[in-house]
Design a protein around this ligand. Structure first.
Ligand code: FES
Length: 152
């Protein structure tokens, strides 16, 4: 089967998947979310610029520390068009995310501490359980059944 010719600076989706270790379906998903871009050949096959590999690495590293795809896209959108994140970009962006990550860590530590009190209990009391009704916030909303608190 003849293979489509690929310019040296372009990669097929299979090549990006092989080199990045990211599934083709995930690459298509990233593209639908506007995180990476491709062009199309005359036969409608996707072609990615080589710097896509660095973008994918940036996306994966960011996801690994819990950054949402929306926040990652906003970060990538701050970069000049078609430029890959540099070391300086990563330093700046990760510093901006540090506050958010610190808050999440503090929240998880508080949940862990609350869970410690609940292990072996199982009552899930709306009056006294820290997991189902932290600091009785639902009681301040009025009497009757209240929903479980939303998590971020
Ligand atoms: S499950 Fe009993 S206090 Fe939380």
């Amino acid at each position: 089967m003849p293979r489509a010719r690929t310019a040296f600076h372009e990669l097929s989706v299979g090549q990006v998947a092989d080199r990045s270790g990211v599934a083709i379906s995930a690459l298509h998903f990233y593209e639908r979310k506007g995180l990476i871009r491709s062009t199309r050949t005359a036969s409608n096959q996707r072609r990615y610029a080589r710097d896509t590999l660095r973008r994918v690495a940036f996306i994966r590293a960011s996801q690994r520390v819990g950054i949402s795809l929306t926040a990652i896209r906003e970060a990538l959108d701050q970069l000049p068009s078609e430029r890959t994140p540099t070391h300086d970009d990563w330093t700046r962006l990760s510093a901006a995310w540090r506050t958010e990550l610190d808050a999440r860590i503090a929240h998880l530590q508080a949940l862990r501490d609350d869970l410690t009190e609940c292990i072996g209990c199982g009552c899930l009391s709306l009056r006294s359980c820290h997991l189902t009704n932290p600091r009785d916030v639902l009681g301040r909303e009025g009497p009757g059944a209240r929903r479980l608190p939303q998590t971020d």
